[in-house]
Design a binder for this molecule. Structure first.
Ligand SMILES: Cc1cc2nc3c(=O)[nH]c(=O)nc-3n(C[C@H](O)[C@H](O)[C@H](O)COP(=O)(O)O)c2cc1C
Length: 194
């Protein structure tokens, strides 16, 4: 299965990006995680959309279409998801009638420096998943507090509990995706989706 890993942070030394890199390393043979950098996606503007999609947005949509699932790793900015992540999702959601987000299985994880573990950011992302009809895995969750303590200076994961949990999380995500790859279930699910 092909997974697109989407970091919500543009920071070079982002811990959320580091968590995606760790996930890519830990993933079992059946799961290939490719990380997608959203930094070149311009600010959403409906005028621009009507004039023609910018190349970076076209490429992002194509990458989503080609993936079996999306794995978001997002920080929390001011009790929500970073604007750059919401902006990338806004582009991918257009035009609504043929968005590649529709019926896309997703999983969400996140880490922050404090004790909230990105819970509010993840809730906002789930709210956006609701309208765009992405199919979000509810459990298990990954809400990492004090994320800076879980990685060494080279951004290698050093927390063994998080490593074990990440492994369990990825197995659950693979199972979650396989439910919706089943034609019979997928057709039934689609009948509820319009
Ligand atoms: C603009 C801004 C707003 C932030 N707001 C929150 C917040 O609401 N809650 C929180 O736990 N951390 C907040 N933080 C701290 C981030 O969680 C922390 O910088 C984290 O490491 C960023 O993720 P990254 O390492 O993947 O870039 C904020 C940081 C920035 C730059």
């Amino acid at each position: 299965m092909k997974i697109l890993g989407i970091p919500g942070s543009l920071r070079k030394n982002s811990f959320n990006l580091a968590m995606l890199n760790a996930a890519a390393e830990i993933a079992q043979d059946g799961l290939k995680i490719e990380i997608y950098d959203i930094k070149d996606i311009p600010s959403y503007n409906q005028d621009t959309e009507e004039e023609g999609f910018p190349q970076a947005a076209v490429e992002f949509k194509k990458a989503i279409s080609n993936a079996d699932g999306l794995l978001f790793a997002t920080p929390e900015y001011n009790y929500s998801m970073p604007g750059v992540l919401k902006n990338a999702i806004d582009w991918a959601s257009r035009p609504a009638s043929c968005s590649p987000l529709n019926m896309k299985p997703i999983a969400i994880m996140g880490g922050s420096g404090g004790t909230g573990g990105t819970i509010r950011s993840q809730l906002h992302l789930r709210q956006v998943a609701l309208f765009t009809n992405m199919i979000d895995m509810k459990k298990p969750e990954i809400l990492v507090t004090k994320i800076q303590e879980k990685f060494d200076p080279d951004l290698k994961l050093i927390d063994e509990d998080l490593r074990a949990h990440l492994k369990k999380f990825l197995i659950s995500f693979e199972n979650w995706i396989s439910i919706f790859k089943n034609d019979h279930i997928s057709k039934k699910y689609k009948s509820f989706s319009k």
